[in-house]
Design a protein around this ligand. Structure first.
Ligand code: HEC
Length: 222
């Protein structure tokens, strides 16, 4: 009985040693993955996309690399994607002020979508009515100003889009969170919060007064 137990224990010890030998790190190269016990599981024979492969001939690396697929031509964009022309810089902000135009119509659906997005991404800082009194906004060292503050109410759609895209001060950039179309919907909704009565009026009229007034304001300030 005792002999049997010692046999089992020594077998386990041998197995343990073998396991450690296979899994321990390579001695010479700190980056070596060590012995690959079942390399087939790591290295599938099929080519993975966007992977560079080292060319091997007669068991030796030739120094060439091969790629499973070709890199797209420089400047390639996904189908349906519109690049945004205004960079995150003082010049970009200035140019976007009048240059960036909302491609979306101010209709019920887009406003509703904007409201839903606002409820997910903005309300906690800016508050439900855009007064800057969201639960998180009030905890910030400087709460966001109300969208209707005298120096904010006449911001152009381009300025609003630029801020939502790249962020400002304590507000982070939202380009990684919401796509361009969603950001323009948010612009529509912020404008609705700024001019709650403007929305009740015919959309086109409200729009033209909102955008036409803004550049004049800016001109006066200078
Ligand atoms: C982390 C809190 C936070 C979130 C989330 C946030 N903002 Fe802001 N936002 C701010 C702060 C703070 C400012 C003031 C920045 C400054 O002027 O330095 C600001 C400024 C703005 C401004 C400029 C006008 C103003 O009131 O100062 C707009 C427009 C704006 N945010 C829209 C949005 C929209 C739309 C969203 C949702 C997509 C959003 N923000 C999400 C904190 C936030």
């Amino acid at each position: 009985m005792n002999k049997k137990i010692t046999k089992v224990i020594s077998l386990m010890a041998v197995f343990g040693c073998v396991a450690i030998a296979f899994t321990s790190c390579g001695k010479h190269d700190a980056n070596s993955p060590g012995v690959e016990f079942m390399p087939d599981m790591y290295r599938s024979p099929s080519l993975e996309s966007n992977m560079a492969y080292v060319k091997i001939e007669n068991g030796k690396e030739t120094g060439d690399t091969m790629q499973a697929n070709r890199m797209p031509v420089a400047g390639t964009i996904p189908r349906g994607f519109m690049p945004y022309a205004f960079p995150d810089s003082p010049e970009g902000n200035e140019a976007a002020k009048t240059g960036a135009k909302n491609p979306l119509q101010k209709n019920e659906k887009n406003l509703k979508d904007g409201e839903v997005l606002y409820g997910k991404f903005c309300v906690h800082c800016h508050g439900a009515t855009g007064m800057g009194d969201g639960a998180v906004g009030l905890k910030l060292p400087g709460a966001p100003p109300a969208y209707t503050a005298p120096d904010k109410i006449n911001m152009t759609e381009g300025e609003l889009f630029q801020i939502i895209t790249y962020g400002k001060g304590l507000m982070g950039p939202h380009a990684p969170l919401v796509n361009q179309e969603e950001r323009w919907k948010l612009v529509l909704y912020v404008q609705k919060l700024q001019h709650p009565n403007g929305v009740a009026a015919p959309a086109a009229a409200a729009d033209s007064t909102a955008t036409a007034a803004a550049p004049k304001e800016e001109a006066k300030k200078k």
